[in-house]
Design a protein. Sequence first.
Length: 125
Amino acid sequence: MKTPLQEFIDIFKKRQEDDEALPFMYNAQIIELAELMLEKEKEQIEMTEQDLIDLGFKRVEDFDGDEVFHYYNLDLVEGFSLISNDSDNAEKGWYVELFDVDGIRFVEREKLEEFINVVKRNIKS
């Protein structure tokens, strides 16, 4: 699914080919600016280690043979935890899944934070 910014870039690229209303130079500058904005948008969406720490996740050190790696864990209630991918697999960004549950993955901090807040508000006392 394209973001509004991606849609904007595609529309303007098409207009650059079809429309003589704006000088070519302005179209190219607008596309360049929109692409820079898209890169910034992607940077803001990707989850970082600091995001995980800020959300209360604890860093867990582990090893596989001689290789040391880490991941992040957040216990919400007994038997219900969130776990991140490990540092060896985080070159394309961090994500979080429900521990021992397939099919749910959070890649955006905002969505993860919403989920955590909903769960915390509904924990039985």
